[in-house]
Design a protein around this ligand. Structure first.
Ligand SMILES: C[S@@+](CC[C@H](N)C(=O)[O-])C[C@H]1O[C@@H](n2cnc3c(N)ncnc32)[C@H](O)[C@@H]1O
Length: 200
């Protein structure tokens, strides 16, 4: 695939661009851990990344990848506030519990929707939890922070989710948010990226 259409790479670059060492970042869909790893590199060893997934197998993959790259990983098994300190925190829960778990405002939040690559294609993100998680994320972001969402419009259920996420991002007030849409213009089925940056 041409690097032009590698939306996941654009997503990581645009989310990580606003991060500096010591920041808090969130991955709403840990999956195989590639986004979590990119965020971990950007916040450095004094920062923190909190990563959610509802599938244990995804968190195992993420844990392996992060440990292979020398990052200490902690698992968080309840829905109480996560204390600062641990660098990578893996949360086995639906991302819609995000709002009650963070003690400070994140600077970047990523969500890569759809199913775990190589996993069960029936276990996809769904608007019932995606929309609350994204709405909470917008409320939590610090000024200058970004929410980057990769959307897959072509798989079963993906079209409805894509329309609802579009509605949320396109309706954000322009005084408070700058919203970028990045997509392959002549491939309607290709994944695309929405990034919202908080202006104030
Ligand atoms: C496309 S994958 C994420 C890829 C990942 N960001 C990476 O870098 O490898 C989507 C993931 O979302 C997870 N997921 C689906 N619904 C979820 C929910 N409600 N809460 C948390 N994770 C969810 C799936 O289990 C799957 O692992």
């Amino acid at each position: 695939m041409s690097s032009l259409a590698c939306i996941v790479t654009w997503s990581q670059e645009l989310a990580c661009e606003v991060l500096k060492p010591g920041d808090l970042a969130v991955d709403l869909t840990a999956g195989k851990g590639r986004d979590t790893l990119a965020l971990a590199r950007a916040v450095g060893h004094c920062g923190q990344v909190v990563s959610f997934d509802k599938q244990a197998v995804a968190l195992e993959r993420t844990c392996e990848l992060l440990q292979d790259h020398g990052y200490p990983v902690n698992n968080w098994a309840n829905d109480r506030e996560i204390p600062p300190g641990s660098q990578i925190v893996l949360v086995h829960a639906c991302h819609s519990s995000l709002g009650k778990m963070l003690q400070r405002r994140p600077k970047a939040i990523m969500a890569n929707l759809g199913y775990l690559p190589g996993g069960d294609h029936a276990l996809i993100t769904s608007p019932e939890s995606t929309l609350p998680a994204l709405t909470q994320s917008l409320g939590l972001l610090s000024v200058g922070g970004r929410l980057a969402v990769t959307i897959y419009p072509a798989h079963p259920g993906g079209t409805k989710e894509a329309h609802l996420v579009d509605d949320l991002f396109f309706s954000l007030p322009r005084e408070m948010w700058l919203v970028l849409l990045l997509r392959v213009a002549n491939r309607y089925e290709a994944p695309y990226l929405l990034v919202a940056e908080r202006l104030r």
